[in-house]
Every structure is written in C-alpha cells, then in structure tokens.
Design a protein around this ligand. Structure first.
Ligand code: GSH
Length: 197
C-alpha cells in the first residue's frame, strides 16, 4: 500500500486527490514539512512524499506521473504526442501558476519576517492574472486537454484553488466553470474534507 507523507492543506492534496480518483488504497502519514518522519524519506524535508515499499518519491508532479504511468490512468501513454502536450502543460502550470503562488505565499508568511519583501505578493498577483489569460487560451474543455481528464488537471485545479485562497483572481468564465466542475468531483470532495481549518 502507498504511504502519503503530508497534509491535505499542502501540495499533498494533489497526491491524495490522484489516489482517490484512481481508487488506489493508501495510508496517510499526516505530518507537515520538516517533520523527522519526512526527513527520513526526503532530504529536503518537503512534502508530499510517496512511500512505495522501501522506496520513496518526492515532488507532487513526479509522484502523479509515476502513479498515472504505473496504473495507466489519467495520462496519455509515454511517447505519444498527446503525452508531450500533457507534460508541456504540467510544466507551464508549474512555471506560471505554482511558482508564482509559492513565491507570493513565502513572502506573505513563510519566510522569516526579515527576509520578506512586502511588494512581492502584489507583483506575483499581477503575474498570476497575466498567466491565467495564457492558460485560458490553452484550455480546451471540459478538461484542460479536451475530453480526457489528466494529471495536468489535478495540478492546475489545485493551483486555481490556491489562488482563490490567497485572493488571486481568476477572471475567465471557462476556467471558473471548470474549477467548479472539478471541485464537485467526489474524489476532490473527499480530500477537501481532510483539510484542517
Ligand atoms: N516541487 C515540490 C514542492 C514541495 C513543497 O515545497 N512543499 C511545501 C509544502 S506545500 C513544503 O514542504 N515546504 C517546506 C519548505 O519549503 O521547506 C512539489 O511539487 O511537491
């Protein structure tokens, strides 16, 4: 059985959502970053980490790709052109949404106060709004890539929600409706209920 290290309030949400979507059983080790149990499986102390037997895989997008490939679900097969587009979308979402949200979050409350730069969150908000416009152009519907849900949707919707949580607006009707549909999925709802207030 897989072991998921992390809390649903972190990027571990993506891994838990994936496991619920594909119906694979798991044990949740509900620990935050830098917990000794995390350091035991990931030298950076970051979450999520997926325990697989005696081995462990870090980084949510690598974990999702591994699970998708292993179980043949929520992915196009490796070596196809669709897979290349899927990977490209994942990298675009990581570059243009995840990294922008992460920098804004770090400069809001994660970094030691003396390291925070007050202007950075508003600069990141501007970048996020600009990048959402580009994402909207790539969005095919009903899922990011068209008719098939892929792991790119999991990472993307997690970022859209993160943006909502820190009041970074998504001003695009198709993306807003997409986010609403994705959040209504039973697997998403199950993991959302695990988040602590
Ligand atoms: N690229 C990694 C990022 C992991 C990450 O930064 N996780 C955060 C929690 S959501 C963390 O552990 N932060 C602690 C730190 O930055 O030291 C992923 O996608 O899993």
């Amino acid at each position: 059985m897989y072991k998921v290290y992390g809390k649903a309030s972190t990027r571990a949400f993506r891994v838990l959502w994936m496991l619920e979507e594909i119906g694979e059983p798991y044990e949740l080790v509900e620990v935050g970053p830098h917990d000794p149990q995390v350091y035991a499986v990931n030298p950076s102390g970051k979450v999520p980490v997926l325990g697989v037997g005696d081995d462990a895989v870090s980084d949510s997008s690598a974990i999702l790709t591994y699970l998708a490939d292993r179980h043949g679900k929520l992915t196009y097969p490796a070596g196809t052109i669709e897979r290349a587009h899927q990977d490209a979308l994942i990298h675009a979402v990581l570059d243009e949404l995840d990294s922008v949200l992460w920098v804004a979050t770090r400069h809001s409350f994660i970094l030691p106060e003396e390291q925070r730069v007050a202007e950075i969150p508003s600069a990141m908000k501007w970048e996020f709004e600009r990048n959402i416009k580009t994402l909207a152009k790539r969005f095919k519907g009903p899922f990011l890539m068209g008719e098939e849900m892929t792991i790119a949707d999991i990472i993307c919707v997690h970022c859209l929600n993160w943006g909502f949580g820190i009041k970074f607006p998504v001003e695009d009707d198709a993306l807003l409706a997409y986010g609403k549909r994705m959040r209504a999925r039973p697997a998403f709802q199950k993991v959302a209920a695990m988040r602590q207030p």
